[in-house]
Design a binder for this molecule. Structure first.
Ligand code: FAD
Length: 380
């Protein structure tokens, strides 16, 4: 039921804005912060349809990573070396930027190191050492490390892993607490003067004269000079964008495993499986490739078959002496593009979308937000 607004409400919460951002995940939050840092007088409101952000940002695996070696090599082969390096640099800078804003303790940042498990059926298995050297040479310019990726196969058994032929280490990778990051970033955005209104689902967006008018499912109206959609995989509900595909990611977490020897973040099978230690538990996500079509959905319910594939993976690859049960499971929704690149574009008059950070938004969103905020400010 809609109510008539008081003059107080009209002149505060519902006052015309310069920019309204839809979606309070990492993309919306970092962009709001950038806008206010660049131009403090800008009137910015952020609308979120759930009580807390509900999509990918609070439901991911918390890898602060800038790319596993086979992923980067694949990107260099398919997108070209320059493009691969540009994204790797964005991700590297993104992690540095997160750490410049928040202390490691506050966001549970753990410089635990990262690993990729590789098996002999990898297409470039024979050339792996040469390709890693090539990659190291290229990435030195970004990280300053002469030998970023190193094969450390001898560590596999000591970590309690089995069923892999090679382990490649990247000691600069890290993990963080996604809930704490989003919560603290939200507080920072509010402290910068952005109004965040939760529980308001945007249902229509229309250009009228010099403003863009927004109506919510709860029948509230807002106006702004420009609207920014940070609604990731849900954007198709508001402004269909053929290039964006939803991809559900599912995660399981074990009970504590006494004396767990495995520390770090891990990738396998082109990133279709990823896991990390969470204290002495293991958090494992992925297996989307076990049911590609069914997982191309925005339904957060999750599926028993993917959870089973994840449990089977643990049973196959953990040392049999580990005793555990599955204590937690959840799912989140990613937005994917065919080339795995973020999508920022004008989608209709007065409306821009900044979406699809694929499976790497933790590191990418702070940097995508920098360029995007500058483009938006060019309107004013
Ligand atoms: C299982 C899983 C694991 C992942 N692991 C990692 C990882 O380890 N490292 C990494 O870098 N990345 C990871 N990612 C990807 C990363 O989480 C995303 O790239 C990033 O969070 C995307 O942020 P976003 O703000 O674009 O989208 P979201 O966080 O999805 O935010 C979109 C927001 O828009 C809101 N919204 C939607 N429609 C409306 C509407 N009509 N009105 C108002 N609000 C609306 C939603 O409620 C939501 O809060 C993972 C993702 C998943 C799902």
């Amino acid at each position: 039921m809609s109510v008539v607004l008081s003059i107080w409400e009209k002149e505060s919460f519902y006052a015309p804005q310069d920019i309204i951002i839809v979606g309070a995940g990492l993309m919306g939050l970092w962009t709001a912060l950038e806008l206010k840092e660049k131009r403090p007088s800008l009137r910015v409101t952020l609308l979120e349809r759930n009580t807390t952000p509900l999509g990918a940002s609070t439901r991911n695996a918390g890898f602060a990573c800038f790319g596993s070696p086979t992923e980067l090599l694949h990107d260099a082969d398919t997108q070209g070396t320059d493009d691969m390096l540009a994204i790797a640099e964005m991700r590297y800078r993104g992690i540095e930027k997160i750490r410049a804003h928040f202390t490691d303790t506050a966001i549970g940042f753990d410089a635990c190191g990262g690993y990729e498990c590789i098996n002999q059926d990898y297409t470039h298995w024979q050339e792996l050492p040469d390709r890693l050297n090539w990659l190291n040479g290229l990435l030195k310019g970004i990280t300053g490390k002469p030998a970023l990726f190193q094969q450390v196969n001898h560590k596999l058994a000591a970590m309690g892993l089995r069923g892999f032929d090679s382990l490649v280490e990247n000691e600069t990778e890290a993990a963080l607490h996604s809930g704490k990051l989003v919560q603290l970033l939200t507080q920072k955005v509010q402290a910068a003067g952005v109004t965040i209104l939760s529980g308001l689902e945007v249902s229509t967006i229309e250009k009228q004269n010099n403003s863009v008018c927004i109506t919510t499912r709860q029948n509230h109206q807002f106006t702004a000079i420009h609207v920014l959609l940070c609604t990731n995989a849900f954007t198709n509900e508001l402004a269909p964008i053929a290039a964006i595909q939803p991809a559900r990611g599912q995660v399981i977490v074990t009970s504590p495993i006494p004396n767990l020897p495995m520390k770090g973040s891990f990738h396998f099978d082109e990133g279709f499986y990823y896991w990390r230690n969470l204290g002495d538990r293991i958090l494992l996500g992925g297996a989307r490739n076990s049911a590609f079509e069914a997982e191309a959905t925005t339904d957060l319910t999750g599926s028993a078959s993917v959870r089973k594939a994840l449990e089977d993976f643990l049973a196959q690859h953990l040392h049999p002496s580990f005793q555990y049960r599955i204590d937690h499971h959840w799912s989140g929704i990613m937005g994917f593009t065919a080339d795995k690149r973020p999508y920022t574009a004008r989608v209709k008059e007065g409306v821009t979308a900044a979406i699809a950070c694929n499976g790497m938004g933790v590191a990418l969103t702070p940097i995508v937000a920098e360029k995007l905020s500058q483009q938006l400010l060019d309107y004013f």
